[in-house]
Design a binder for this molecule. Structure first.
Ligand SMILES: *[C@@H]1O[C@H](CO)[C@@H](O)[C@H](O)[C@H]1NC(C)=O
Ligand SMILES: *[C@@H]1O[C@H](CO)[C@@H](O)[C@H](O)[C@H]1NC(C)=O
Ligand SMILES: *[C@@H]1O[C@H](CO)[C@@H](O)[C@H](O)[C@H]1NC(C)=O
Ligand SMILES: [Zn+2]
Length: 482
């Protein structure tokens, strides 16, 4: 059954007290109240909302979206094939939503438990005995002078992979770095979407979705895991090191439930702005905390904000990490749901579902599979995934094949970790590849970048830590992006 939903932004009272069933009713009123022109003009600012770059920018962009149309009502229409009967009503998936109870880690695994689904996997360490004092400060780029980072710097140096001699970018993204943005030899994804041949940005097979969640583990990851389990779905989790040391039991639960665990840096910076040593510190500590919690070290990573160029790619490769972003189908459209920005009030959950409808519509027309940007960091992102996006995707006809990235690439799960990878089907970081020489022309979708907005993606903000972001979000002050 098709369930049509509308968020009538100008009718919050109507929507807020009711569940999904009554949204159908709301739709008729909103449809009556707003012309198609009003509806489509309301969709456009969704992109600019996602591109807002500061608290000030955010509020003006938000103002743009809520500016009344000719009829005084602003609405977005989208159609979902199915929703979760216990979905949190959309009207409650908002910035400042009151906290729901969390599903804590369901199991604490005894150290020595061994995952049986990965051949030759080592036993789980006693993660709960890890001492945070032995790790870098949360949400800050780790000190590069520590003995650990110095070791990793030597290992990168000895890897045989040449790190291109290009300077870091400055904060502010494409507009602040016009030369770097225009330099196609840098292959800077942020400005123009350039990818290296080695980058994973899609799944090869049509109608196949490489399901991913970023920035956790976090308070509501347990809710997402419970849903994924009930739907028999497996995903790839791009884990922030600072969250892993905070929630080791949840990370173990993800791994033992057969999800792919991958690296998403220690402190979630824009990686192209860092020095080589800082990049090594971000990746090295993330690999280390994950190994200390799980006993295995990921072979895949995702750059925060997709912010990667040939220098960052080469360093990641030298550290055994496969760069993986998400699907981008045009200069203005990436498969970013925008879900991260609900908590900060930069986008509504209706706009996220509208983005999702565009993504799923485009996904069915392209001749390959796809990867979408979503997050398990916030209650709102988990609520919209489990209540709406996943049920809709599962009900889609023809069906999507939904699986972790490693699986959609046709590789066994043991290839996802250094300790279990036999390096045959997944020879990452062995120095045999060529990210280093990743030549200038290596980009297969690069275009000399216009120094402007890049769809929902070019969101750049003043530097700040994820911790600071989370804090700002909780306090309702607005936030950085992604
Ligand atoms: C990296 O290797 C070069 C020579 O190949 C050497 O001169 C340099 O000192 C090394 N740097 C580090 C940090 O090991
Ligand atoms: C693809 O996405 C664009 C916006 O990114 C949207 O305008 C278009 O309708 C989508 N196509 C389909 C078939 O949904
Ligand atoms: C695979 O390559 C990694 C990195 O070079 C190495 O540490 C590991 O021992 C290799 N594994 C096997 C089974 O050869
Ligand atoms: Zn992220």
């Amino acid at each position: 059954m098709k369930l049509a939903l509308v968020s009538a932004i100008a009718l919050p009272a109507l929507v807020s007290a009711h569940g999904v069933r009554d949204l159908h009713h709301a739709r008729q009123q909103a449809a009556a109240a707003s012309s198609p022109a009003a509806a489509s003009s309301s969709a456009a600012p969704a992109t600019s909302v996602a591109g807002a770059s500061s608290v000030a920018g955010a509020s003006s962009a938000a103002a743009a979206t809520t500016a009344p149309g000719p009829s005084g009502a602003v609405s977005l229409t989208f159609t979902l094939q199915s929703t979760n009967p216990s979905a949190i009503p959309l009207s409650q998936i908002v910035s400042g939503a009151s906290s729901q109870p969390t599903v804590a880690a369901t199991t604490t695994f005894a150290s020595g438990t061994t995952p049986t689904y990965i051949p030759n996997a080592p036993a789980l360490p006693n993660a709960l005995s890890l001492n945070p004092a032995n790790y870098p400060t949360l949400d800050k780029t780790p000190d590069v002078s520590s003995p650990q980072v110095q070791e990793w710097i030597k290992a990168v140096n000895a890897s045989g992979i040449t790190i291109p001699d290009i300077s870091p970018t400055v904060a502010g993204g494409c507009p602040a770095n016009p030369q770097a943005a225009a330099d196609s030899s840098r292959c800077w994804w942020t400005c123009g979407g350039c990818t290296d041949d080695d980058d994973v940005v899609q799944c090869p097979d049509k109608m196949t979705w490489g399901l991913t969640y970023d920035d956790g583990p976090a308070l509501y990851t347990g809710d997402l895991l419970a849903y994924l389990d009930s739907a028999d779905l497996k995903a790839t989790f791009f884990v922030v090191g600072s969250r892993a040391i905070s929630y080791p039991a949840l990370l173990q639960q993800e791994y033992m439930a057969q999800h792919q665990i991958a690296v998403h840096t220690w402190s979630h910076p824009q990686m192209t702005t860092l020095t080589n040593e800082e990049i090594i510190a971000e990746l090295g500590w993330s690999k280390k905390i994950i190994k200390d919690v799980l006993g295995v070290t990921p072979t895949f990573w995702r750059p925060p904000y997709g912010d990667v160029d040939n220098r960052v790619r080469a360093i990641a490769k030298a550290m055994g990490l496969q760069t993986s972003i998400w699907t981008r189908i045009s200069p203005t459209a990436t498969f970013d749901t925008g879900d991260f920005d609900i908590a900060g009030g930069l986008i509504t959950s209706a706009q996220v579902l509208n983005n999702w409808e565009n993504i799923i519509g485009n996904a069915t027309t392209i001749d390959h599979g796809f990867i979408v940007l979503e997050h398990d960091l916030f209650q709102q992102t988990v609520d919209i995934a489990t209540g709406y996006i996943l049920p809709d995707a599962l009900a889609h006809q023809p069906p999507f094949k939904i699986e972790p990235i490693i699986s959609c690439l046709g590789k066994p799960m043991q290839d996802a970790y250094i300790e279990t990878n036999d390096n045959t089907s997944n020879p990452i970081g062995t120095g045999s590849g060529s990210a280093a020489s990743a030549s200038a022309s290596g980009g297969n979708s690069g275009s000399a970048a216009s120094a402007g907005k890049n769809g929902a993606m070019s969101a750049f903000s003043a530097p700040g830590s994820l911790g600071a972001m989370a804090f700002a979000l909780v306090s309702g002050a607005g936030a950085l992006l992604l």
